[in-house]
Design a protein around this ligand. Structure first.
Ligand code: ISE
Length: 339
């Protein structure tokens, strides 16, 4: 427990990391940004200016180990997450790691085992939909029992565009992880098996691209999940989740509320990316994380266990996409640390 200001070091200052740094600086009372790191030093310097960080490091491990850093936020490229999270555990520092926790099952396992060996929950994983007011409201309707037992999770996850050459596997790791977590979080059930089909939406895309994916999952307790992930829709960013229950459904609605009249149309803008639609969720996540460090109470978002499970589901989804088979998801026993 620490009642003082938590000094956060931010690793990776692209769009996401800079947003986290600025949010911590502006909206999280108990935190300040004490250091930043990015491979691109100029980008790190800009983020430092925007978030009031006094130091720019040239090495992420030095940042993690520095005495001016109490806690670490990782928003660097996906394949660096596991090693940097392990370095935070070694330094005994709390860490909020952007999703995914790892890009390989072995690495997710290593991280989970290292935290279990320490016996303290130091890791938070950035599945921010768990803090989104819309998703929380859907979960609360389900928990109230008003519309009966949840039966089916239905998700839509769209991005305007992804870079050329992004494969189906990468989309499952980098984008669909949110949907695996959303289904587990909203249904409160575990994934038992997964079946993924995918297609390439345009002939000019790279041969390995599968940018429109359909995911079906059998969930525990007689539940199902079904989601579309389409990452080249050309019109903008949209995410939704619906729970079909025995006596009704609960569904998130789009948070963009400004009615726009222009060019013989009346309607709503669609955001270009996830930063503005999920701004409230990112801030709520950061507040809860800092609060958990100050009070010693558990973080209310995703744990290392959730990060590990997502990686297991992702690996099964990649296998399903490659083979056309329904692939069972095998989990190790849930350690008591996460019960
Ligand atoms: C990105 O990292 C996110 O977190 C977004 O929510 C997701 O839609 C996008 O596909 C990812 O690249």
């Amino acid at each position: 427990m620490s009642t003082g200001t938590i000094r956060v070091g931010v690793i990776g200052t692209g769009g996401m990391g800079t947003r986290h740094a600025v949010n911590l600086h502006r909206f999280v009372g108990g935190a300040c940004v004490s250091a930043v790191y990015d491979l691109d030093r100029r980008r790190a310097q800009q983020a430092a200016m925007q978030s009031g960080a006094p130091q720019v490091f040239d090495d992420p491990i030095k940042l993690i180990d520095d005495s001016s850093v109490d806690a670490v936020l990782i928003a660097s490229p996906d394949d660096t997450h596991a090693a940097l999270t392990l370095a935070c555990l070694k330094a005994g520092k709390p860490v909020l790691c952007e999703k995914p926790l790892a890009t390989k099952v072995e690495d997710a396992e290593k991280v989970l085992e290292a935290e279990v060996a320490i016996g303290r929950r130091l890791i938070a994983v950035g599945f921010m939909r768990r803090f989104d007011p819309q998703h929380v409201a859907v979960k609360n309707v389900a928990l109230s029992g008003e519309i009966g037992k949840p039966l089916l999770w239905k998700g839509v996850h769209r991005n305007a565009q992804v870079a050329y050459g992004i494969t189906g596997a990468t989309i499952l790791i980098n984008s669909a992880g949110h949907d695996f977590d959303s289904a587990r979080f909203l249904l409160g059930e575990e994934v038992q098996d997964v079946y993924v089909r995918g297609l390439k939406s345009r002939p000019e895309l790279h041969g390995d691209t599968r940018d429109l994916l359909l995911i079906q999952m059998t969930m525990s307790n007689n539940c199902l999940a079904s989601g579309e992930v389409y990452v080249n829709d050309e019109y903008g960013y949209e995410v939704s989740a619906e729970l079909v229950c025995q006596r009704g459904t609960a569904c998130t609605v789009q948070p963009d509320k400004t009615l726009v009249r222009a060019k013989s149309h009346r309607g709503f803008y669609v955001a270009a990316d996830w930063l503005s639609p999920f701004q409230d969720a990112y801030v709520a996540e950061a507040i809860d994380w800092i609060d958990s460090i100050q009070t010693g109470q558990p973080f209310h978002g995703a744990t290392a266990w959730d990060g590990y499970v997502t990686m297991r589901v992702t690996a099964a989804a990649i296998q399903s996409l490659n083979t056309g088979a329904v692939v069972p998801v095998k989990l190790s026993e849930k350690p008591t640390l996460y019960q």
